[in-house]
Design a protein. Structure first.
Length: 228
């Protein structure tokens, strides 16, 4: 599928009546741990929505946990290939603010009403050469390393020691200490942290081939959900 066709298909998927229950929420009906998977908060980060689209098509019949997908938070940004929404706002800088006409409200609604067991955020970074994962608790480190190992079949893992000033070890950024004085108090990660909700923010290298980035993210989701 080319990018133009995908953008059309992901917009249709985000509004299908048999999946949608609130705004852009796409639910599986399986009982079990509640996992929220989000992507597309930055419209120019294409691999995350693409990976969710691929994952749903491949696995919607065999999901072992209760998954909520929000595949495309920033439709305007995706359409116009830009990070910000139509009002020029970075939506990942507005979670602890009151913003009008805000596309992240369905996401905040779900978090506040459902209290998920795990949140997975799919992002991309075209300034670092490799995948890396943010986690809030050190006990999640081994899981993050397993996910990165699975992703390494498709793209490189970041081997540097810093990402935007945060310490990075083997592609894992443990944010707990930084979160006491976060650089961004309005990010989705800090929003989850304040509510004591475990999260993983998975970043793929935006300068890599889109097919590889998407495949790496799909493999990450399969590893998280236990579809090895």
């Amino acid at each position: 599928m080319d990018v133009k066709e995908f953008k059309k298909e992901i917009s249709i998927l985000a509004h299908r009546q048999d999946y949608t229950t609130h705004g852009d929420l796409i639910l599986s009906n399986t009982n079990g741990a509640k996992v929220l998977i989000t992507a597309g908060i930055h419209g120019n980060e294409l691999a995350g929505p693409y990976a969710i689209y691929t994952f749903i098509k491949r696995h919607k019949a065999d999901l072992p946990v209760n998954i909520t997908f929000i595949p495309l938070l920033n439709k305007y940004g995706l359409k116009h290939d830009r990070r910000e929404d139509r009002l020029g706002r970075d939506l990942n800088r507005g979670f602890n603010k009151q913003l009008k006409d805000n596309n992240i409200e369905p996401l905040k609604y779900y978090i506040n009403s459902q209290d998920p067991d795990l949140v997975v955020n799919l992002h991309e970074d075209d300034t670092h050469d490799g995948c890396y994962i943010y986690i809030p608790y050190d006990e999640m480190r081994n899981d993050a390393l397993d996910i990165l190992e699975a992703m390494s079949a498709y793209t490189k893992i970041y081997t540097g020691e810093k990402v935007f000033g945060d310490e990075c070890e083997d592609g894992v950024i443990f944010q707990s200490k930084a979160q006491k004085r976060p650089k961004n108090q309005n990010s989705f990660e800090y929003f989850c942290y304040l509510k004591n909700i475990p999260y993983m923010t998975i970043e793929t290298p935006g300068n890599d081939n889109l097919k590889n980035r998407c495949a790496a993210m799909v493999r990450a989701l399969e590893t998280i959900i236990g579809l090895n």
